[in-house]
Design a protein around this ligand. Structure first.
Ligand code: ATP
Length: 231
């Protein structure tokens, strides 16, 4: 058997949406990965406000999002580990769980910009191939060079630093964000086709993303037919 090719697509997934799934699907296809984890963060390190949805429920939504897919899987390592979810810890854990596997970490171009602020970015770059996909009009090919602490390259180049190599994978652009989905739910607007049906059902069943749920029949909110508001 050849080398196991594992992909990791890290995120908050609050909720997972078609933008995530399109990236996951196309990266798997483009790079011939054996499996790609939607790795659900327990506590994302760089977010200003913590996710409104508990980790276990975000994991359940990620599972629903990939149900039946042959190559996509929801990853629970970060949730089981608890605490702040640093990618470097996840990569170390995966290397121990799957010795010899080739690891590919996938991120949107917005994340690539923040990469130098990650914990141990040089170590992350050494442990995984880094793949960047276009996001919010950001073209990964035009990103400024990302430099992380590391051995001087070339030798004696003055300030210490190593340029991080990102592989760009073209994916069909889908400008959906989890914020958009949450906002639409808050406004009582449809999220059909923005999230898979299983995710949509969980959102309604658990009353997610509504700041102060109005009592039944009030306001603009209506449960879609066939989905119960009781959990
Ligand atoms: P929010 O709107 O709450 O910030 P999000 O939609 O960015 O959420 P995350 O779970 O934070 O979702 O994102 C996880 C990863 O998926 C990040 O690397 C992000 O750049 C990427 N991503 C999310 N949506 C898209 C999209 N529509 N196209 C490409 N990449 C995406």
């Amino acid at each position: 058997m050849g080398t196991l090719r594992l992909g990791i697509f890290g995120g908050t997934f609050d909720p997972p949406h078609v933008g995530h799934l399109m990236v996951a699907q196309e990266v798997v296809e483009h790079l011939g990965l054996d499996r790609l984890f939607l790795m659900v963060a327990h506590a994302p390190p760089l977010r200003e406000t913590p996710p409104s949805t508990p980790p276990a429920l975000r994991l359940e939504m990620a599972r629903a999002a990939v149900a039946g897919h042959p190559f996509l899987e929801a990853g629970d390592l970060e949730i089981r580990r608890g605490g702040v979810s640093y990618t470097v810890d996840t990569l170390r854990q995966l290397a121990a769980l799957y010795p010899g596997a080739e690891l590919t970490f996938v991120m949107g171009a917005d994340q690539a910009l923040a990469f130098p602020r990650w914990r141990e970015p040089g170590e992350v770059a050494s442990r995984a191939r880094l793949v960047v996909v276009p996001r919010q009009g950001l073209d990964p090919r035009t990103l400024p060079p990302v430099v992380v602490p590391g051995p001087l390259v070339p030798e004696g180049a003055g300030e210490g630093g190593r340029r991080v190599e990102f592989l760009t994978v073209p994916v069909t652009r889908v400008d959906v964000s989890a914020s958009l989905v949450r906002e639409r739910v808050r406004l009582g607007r449809s999220i059909r086709y923005l999230v898979p049906p299983g995710v949509e059902a969980l959102i309604y069943r658990h009353d997610l993303y509504r700041e102060s749920p109005p009592s039944r029949g009030e306001g603009r909110w209506r449960f879609p037919s066939g989905v119960s508001g009781e959990s």
